[in-house]
Design a protein around this ligand. Sequence first.
Ligand code: PEP
Ligand code: CO
Length: 467
Amino acid sequence: MGFNADPRFFEAMGSVQATPETLEGLENWRDLAPLQQPTYTDPAELETVLEELSSVPPLIFAGAADLLTSRIAEAAAGRAFILAGGDCAETFADAQADKIRRRIQTVLQMAAVLTYAGSVPVVKMGRMAGQFAKPRSSDVETRDGVTLPSYRGDIVNGHEFTPEARRHDPHRLLQAYHVSSSTLNLIRAFTQGGFADLRRVHDWNTGFLGSNPNYHRYEQIAREIDRALKFMAACGADFDALNSVEFFAAHEALLLEYERALTRIDSRTGNPYAVSGHFLWIGERTRDLDGAHVDFLSRVHNPIGVKLGPTITKDEVLRLVDRLDPDRTPGRLSFITRMGAGKIREKLPALLAEVGHELPQVTWVCDPMHGNTITAGNGFKTRRFEDVVEEVAGFFDAHAEAGTVPGGLHIELTGDDVTEVLGGGAEIDEEGLRRRYETLVDPRLNHDQSLEMAFQVAELLTKASRA
Ligand code: PEP
Ligand code: CO
């Protein structure tokens, strides 16, 4: 996994060799009016918290971030496929062993299907252990004539609709660090031991198929995996060597005070790395070229991503590459497209035709969630499973047409049986959303919908890998 026991990773954070210019550059974002930041009322309180965060141990090591860069580079070249999954917004209350286990289990189950279908390694990432900050379209929320600050994620304020909960509280930055740390600890435990055994993961998938009404559509691939595992066993494959998997932590780098306080200088290279997670991305709302987020992430050496919505232009893409990946390092930069099912077939082929071949080092990833959010008749924020799948199909078709590489998938999911997304095998309808709607921000695929998605993407991936 991404937290290797290799002692180099521990030594790497030893002494600081940063040049003054490097350190100065890390403060540049402050002059660029960062969007979507909290407003704290007590500067001294914030200062105390940031000082503490500046001296806590790193959550990840520079060497592990580099390892992920090399894995993502394989995906850019079509020799691997990325699967990133997890909550829209993690919460402190949900950092419980069972929930974390079910989320990891879901990603591993999906990965097993995709590995078989694509015949390539799947690079597994969680929107986990740090995905606590949310950009919002409005600073305030009004309910029954009462107006309070919007909920911006547990790292900023509480969801409860009271003035006390909605206050922006700097102590939550520290809490986010500690919850991330204990989540990572569990991720390590679950991905290093027998839990990740491929045979066991396949058994879970077989169990899922038994109860899915679309069983017949997926039966063949499950049977093929079964035969492949038996073949491996007959050949004497060492399954013990296969039962620990790499799993990386990813989140949106939204709160720049937090990211700055958790940036350390790697003594091997003298380069700064964000140590809050392996992979950080810039959201659709904060990706302006001259903005603070692009500036800050241009200075850390982690692998990074940028979300691209339907208004993106060729020019912006090329300038983002110049800012964020000037050396054209394979694996450094991923573009995570989120166009919407209705727009992807128009927007993505045009964009790829213009820039795709100039950027072989970039990894193209599909986020089929954020362009497909709708409000149901009864007020629930939701998405249609069929739109999500249709955007992934449009993504694969666009890359096939342009001759570029579909490098991965980025989705919002949970391992629980929630009812937040419409459709899927269980045919959740608008009334059904009431049964178990738990997300505080965006609707997530539940466990069954996630697996169903994996089997449908498997068909697309098989077609793409044979093309
Ligand atoms: C997200 O990934 O949760 C998100 C807010 O996405 P986007 O920036 O693409 O809207
Ligand atoms: Co979201």
